[in-house]
Unconditional design. Sequence first.
Length: 157
Amino acid sequence: MNRYFLYVRKSTDVEDKQILSIEAQLIELRALARRDKLDITEEFVEKRSAKAPGRPIFGDMMARIERGEAQGIICWKIDRLARNPVDGGQVQWHLQQGVIKHIQTHDRSHYPNDNVLMMSVELGMANEYIRQLAANTARGMRQKARQGIFPGLAPFG
């Protein structure tokens, strides 16, 4: 029987939203694991953006998968694992090579022998989302500056 790591991630500076999103992911994914009889070995919770490689918890999880401590990953969506091509490539490569035997999301299963096109599209969309978000944020900040508005957080109160 395959052992699974459950991985949840949310990147935001607003702690309340982060806690709710992470808690919701954990509840839903634990229920999915119970329903599908997937053996969760450990849960990994990361509170960082996946736009760049180097997330410590993700890195630890992947290293432990390489050592054979788990053969599968349960996550809400593939974009929880990666929003950059380096991490996405690592996940895809390990899946294709059979190091990862199964990735289960709330709506899809990924296996080593699957056509990789869907996963590639999902990972590419996740990367493009973060790139567009950065461009749109920068554009909005430039517009605020042109209007003489300090481009920062709203005043408290």
